[in-house]
Write a protein that binds this ligand. Structure first.
Ligand SMILES: Nc1ncnc2c1ncn2[C@@H]1O[C@H](COP(=O)(O)OP(=O)(O)OP(=O)(O)O)[C@@H](O)[C@H]1O
Ligand SMILES: Cc1ncc(COP(=O)(O)O)c(N)n1
Length: 274
């Protein structure tokens, strides 16, 4: 029998396959971990936008937690679109009842097409109930602005926001820069680690609108490799490179914000830097 690290995504599906649970599963498979799912919502969606969404009942979400916890040996979990306050509350409740390892929170709020995937009351629940449980939180720039309540224009604004979000209870904070290229066309993400150290991770910007599911892909890569036992600092450069290559080696699917190429080959350099 082969032992394989087990992970879970706690999020919503994307009918067109490019974001949400669908992107998570493809990334997990690419990285060689076994993936389970707790479906929180379903969306009728394509690369043009989200046409409809449907939450899963809270008691059913708790049943999903129990089914997984009773059987699987999950090492790390990530959340995605949680839709509303009831679902955020159910996930926090499920997590407290059945801790499933390291928790990575991707606080998805608005899809690239503009649809809201988290209601306003849910943001307070996310701050109060879920962020304190997080090993890592991965907001994009607009999400970080909502969490801290001010706009983030400069690098020092971003650094201060990460400190503020860490104080909300997340051990590590990654603020993704995909919504703003720098003047020299670079995309820089900032990460503040639990030991107080920090770094900027930068790649050239790719001029494309085919970026559906970039955040899901990045946070799933991190989740997979945490489950394998790598430490966060050793994962981050590879996570950034994987996402960059998945955008760069684009595939011809859909007519709007196209999905990424989840077949690209970027792996951790060694198996012993844990
Ligand atoms: N055009 C681009 N060129 C290079 N890197 C990009 C580009 N767009 C996004 N990225 C990178 O992709 C990663 C995800 O960032 P982004 O800010 O897009 O997340 P997100 O908005 O949460 O994504 P999504 O909501 O699509 O899942 C980051 O590492 C970011 O720097
Ligand atoms: C179910 C689901 N989860 C997450 C996203 C965010 O991805 P994007 O910002 O690329 O639309 C999405 N569109 N749908």
């Amino acid at each position: 029998m082969i032992d394989v690290p087990q992970v879970i995504t706690i999020a919503s599906t994307d009918a067109s396959g490019g974001a949400g649970i669908n992107a998570d599963l493809k990334t997990f498979h690419n990285q060689g971990v076994y993936a389970a799912t707790i479906v929180v919502g379903i969306t009728a969606q394509n690369t043009y936008g989200v046409q409809d969404q449907h939450p899963i009942p809270a008691n059913f979400i708790l049943e999903e937690f129990k089914s997984i916890a009773d059987d699987l040996d999950i090492k790390a979990a990530k959340t995605g679109a949680l839709l509303d306050e009831t679902r955020v509350h159910a996930v926090a409740q499920g997590w407290q009842a059945y801790n499933l390892g390291k928790l990575i929170i991707d606080p998805v709020m608005v899809a690239k097409g503009g649809a809201h995937l988290l209601s306003d009351p849910a943001i307070e629940a996310l701050k109060n109930e879920l962020i304190p449980l997080a090993f890592l939180i991965t907001p994009n720039l607009p999400e970080a602005e909502v969490l801290v309540g001010n706009s983030l224009e400069t690098n020092s604004d971003i650094i201060n926001a990460a400190i503020k979000i860490q104080k909300m209870g997340a051990d590590n904070v990654l603020i993704k820069g995909g919504h703003r290229a720098s003047t020299n066309n670079e995309y820089a993400d900032y990460i503040l680690y639990e030991d107080g150290s920090s770094e900027w991770l930068t790649t050239p910007g790719i001029k494309t609108n085919r970026t559906h599911g970039t955040g899901d892909t990045l946070s799933s890569f991190i989740t997979a490799n945490l489950a394998k036992g790598y430490n966060l600092k050793s994962i981050m450069p590879q996570a950034k490179e994987f996402t960059y290559e998945a955008i760069r080696q684009t595939i011809n699917v859909g007519h709007g914000h196209g999905p990424l190429n989840h077949w690209v080959k970027v792996t951790m350099e060694t198996e012993d830097n844990q």
